[in-house]
Design a protein around this ligand. Structure first.
Ligand SMILES: [Zn+2]
Length: 91
């Protein structure tokens, strides 16, 4: 179905984390790692080991991305996250 809609990737949802971060008025970002073709698309049977192997292969890249992002994000950039609920309650 998602392919018919033009999707290239289907991910495990991060919606609960997004909602909880907003409730705590926290900034939130997501980095997703593609580990495998979806069941039904892959020509082979998906295994847990396949996912673990790709995670291990990409762990260092993910660490570098996260560390770089942390180093360049200005904590005083003045985003609206910390006042999100206050603004929501006024509307
Ligand atoms: Zn923010």
């Amino acid at each position: 179905m998602f392919k018919l809609l033009g999707g290239d990737l289907v991910g495990m949802t991060s919606v609960p984390e997004v909602v909880l971060a907003r409730e705590k008025e926290m900034c939130y970002a997501n980095i997703s790692m593609v580990t495998n073709f979806a069941a039904g698309i892959s020509p082979t049977k998906l295994t847990h080991q396949e996912v673990l192997d790709v995670m291990a292969e990409n762990a260092e890249n993910l660490r570098k991305i996260a560390m770089r992002a942390i180093s360049i994000i200005d904590p005083d950039r003045g985003c609206l996250c910390q006042d999100a609920l206050e603004k929501l309650n006024k509307e």
